[in-house]
Structure formats: C-alpha cells, structure tokens
Design a protein around this ligand. Structure first.
Ligand code: MRU
Length: 370
C-alpha cells in the first residue's frame, strides 16, 4: 500500500542482495524509519521487539531470517539453531512455525552449496504468496461490504470496526482485515473504520490509523471500551478482525480484547468476521482456550505509555502507581460459536471443523501423512 503516495511493502530484499529491509513499526506513527537486517540475530530481534509484528509478517520475516542465517553458515547445526532461535521469538502466531517448517522443507535435504539460494527462493515465494492470499481475502470480504452497502441510503457509509492492526503493516501487503476495506474504498464505496486503540501497545491507534490515513480511508480511533456502546446504537455494520491462530474447530486467537468485541457483536446482532489466511490455521489444535499458548509480555507495556509531546519529543510516561503489579496477556481466544464467518482466500466459510477441512483439504491430508 502507499506511504506518502509511494507503493511500499513491509519487508523486502535489499538491493545489495544480502540484507532485508523492514519498516521499524515500534517507531510509528511519529517516525518512519527503515531498518536493514543482515543476520539471524537481527531478524530474531526484529520479531521479538515487534519492529515487525502481525502473524503473516512474523512468518515472512522468519523466512527471510532463515535465509540470512544460511548466508553466514550452511551447516545442519546452524540451520537447526536458526529455526529454534526464530521459533522462540513469539509463541502465539502460528504463521511463524508454518514459515519455518516451509523453509526447512525447502532447504534441509539439499547440498550445503545450494541451501542459501533455495532459502531465498522459498522466502520470496512466501512473501508473494502472502500478498496473493490477502488480495483474495479482500475480494471475498468486499462482497460482504457490498451487500451491506446495498442496504444503505445513497451516500450513507458502511461502518466497520476493527481491533489491533491486521492491516498491511501486519502482512507483506494489503493486510487481512483491512484488505476488504481497501478494496471497497478503492471501488468508491463510502466506508468508515472504527479503529480500537488496542492497549497496551496501541497497534490500532498507532498503526491502523496511520495506514488508513495514508491510503485516505476515513477512520476514527476509539478507546478499547467504546465498541459495545457503538454497537448498541447501530453505529457498527460489521466487525472484521485478524487472527494469530485459528484452530481446526474454528476458535480464533487474536489480540487481547477481541473476545469482548465478539461478545458485544453477538449481543447486538452485529456480524463478526475474521479475516483468515490459510497459514494461520493450526489443524493440530482444536480447543483454542485450552490449547493455544498465550504470549505474556513485559509489565512496562501496561505500566507506561509512549507518545509525542507538544514540542515534538517522543516521551514515555508511567500511568500506574509506583509498585502496582500489572498483567499483560497479549492475546485471547474467541470461541467459534461467536464468529459469523471466516474470510479466507478461498471464500467466506463457517467457523467449524467441517468447513475448514473442506476449504483446505490438502492441509488436513498433509497432517495425516506427517
Ligand atoms: O502483537 P501483534 O501486534 O503481533 O498482534 C497482531 C494481531 O493480533 C493481529 O490481529 C494478527 O496478527 C493478525 S495480522 C493480519
């Protein structure tokens, strides 16, 4: 998508042919800075520190991380170490494991001299596949938005609520939850997005608002607690969120607070959709609440907030009393029963085992074979 009018991706092979460029998302929205990753440690740090984040982008960055590792050492031991190091960066988004498995399959059985080139090829494919998947999710989601737009009076806008950032910044391009929004906007459908701020890291306020603004999509940032009120007053037509891992039964793990939005949506008859790229499905788990590991992050993310002062300085301030303990669960699970539909690259499907298995039979078959 566009930054200052220029088409931009979140991650790319640098023109030097031996490093990877990323946008440092920890600095947005106040600073736009590019970082170059040149080795395994820098790639792992970028994922762990959330310079790159969002399930699909974590997978794409890990794929490049394996290639960067192999540029330095092509031995079996280093390949194993690289995958283990990258796998340990963040526990919840399954795209990370998916991408590492793909990379291992592409390089493991090759002679050492061929490994780096094979890794680069597969990493680039994973990146291109992500874009194609998200574009397809967008076209299926667009149909849902068009249906709602058709019920509106002329000029009346479709109001979408989204949580966290499942936008292009969370993927290689397009985003998942935002892809239908961008496609509707580009088609001239009057659309407006309520972006939950998404404490504690404020991905909605910092990232979703930033990218929607750069594309010109009308939006309003709301405190996390506002969605229920808006839904009670008929101000939200549909909710679209992303996911970090969706189980074989259709339970959806996503940024903390997603579950509360699903409950409010159900209580108010608002459709609650999840944009789901297939690498985010984990067919090895069924019950999301008991089986998905939920990342717990540092207390400073809750105890402090960072922002821009009136004179343009970036400052971090403490927002809880000295010594108050805090908890920082990064994700929660929305049970399948609260999900209206999963917007996948192969169409909109019900959130249940049968529909997921029918839409992605090759994934189920691969699991049986393993
Ligand atoms: O902790 P983050 O910022 O990586 O969490 C991101 C989310 O929860 C997204 O909604 C999810 O990864 C889907 S991104 C297309």
């Amino acid at each position: 998508m566009k930054v200052n009018g220029k088409s931009t991706r979140t991650i790319w092979l640098d023109s030097d042919g031996k490093s990877v460029g990323i946008i440092d998302q920890t600095l947005l929205p106040h600073q736009y800075a590019i970082v170059r990753l040149t080795n395994l440690e820098e790639a792992a740090h970028a994922i762990k520190s959330m310079q790159v984040r969002g399930a699909p982008l974590i997978g794409a960055a890990a794929a490049y991380g394996v290639w960067l590792a192999l540029l330095h050492d092509t031995s079996d031991e280093y390949l194993e170490r690289a995958c283990a190091t990258l796998a340990a960066t963040r526990p919840t988004a399954i795209n990370l494991k998916w991408a590492l498995d793909e990379m291992l399959a592409a390089v493991r059985n090759r002679p050492r001299a061929e490994r780096a080139a094979a890794a680069l090829k597969r990493a680039q494919e994973i990146n291109e596949e992500d874009i194609a998947i998200n574009r397809a999710i967008g076209s299926h989601g667009l149909a849902l938005i068009e249906e709602i737009a058709a019920t509106k009076k002329k000029g009346e806008r479709v109001n979408v609520l989204t949580h966290c950032n499942a936008g292009w910044l969370a993927t290689v391009d397009w985003g998942t939850a935002t892809s239908p929004i961008y496609q509707a906007f580009d088609k001239g459908i009057p659309i407006h997005v309520y972006a939950d701020e998404t404490r504690p890291r404020n991905q909605g306020a910092s990232l979703t608002a930033w990218e929607l603004g750069h594309h010109g999509v009308p939006h309003t940032v709301i405190p996390d607690n506002t969605g229920g009120h808006l839904m009670q007053h008929g101000m939200v037509d549909l909710v679209i969120v992303g996911t970090d891992r969706t189980t074989a039964e259709g339970d959806v793990c996503n940024k903390i607070g997603t579950y509360l939005k699903a409950l409010a949506a159900r209580d108010n008859g608002v459709p609650f959709y999840v944009a789901l790229p297939s690498p985010t499905i984990d067919f090895t788990v069924s019950d999301g609440v008991s089986e998905i590991p939920i990342e717990q992050r540092g207390p400073e993310e809750v105890a402090t907030m960072t922002g821009k002062t009136k004179d343009g300085r970036i400052e971090t301030v403490q927002v809880v009393p000295d010594g108050s303990p805090v908890a920082n669960y990064a994700f929660d699970v929305t049970p399948a029963r609260l999900v209206t539909g999963l917007i996948t690259e192969r169409g909109v499907i019900a959130a249940n085992r049968e529909s997921l298995a029918k839409a992605f039979p090759e994934r189920v078959a691969a699991l049986k074979k393993a």
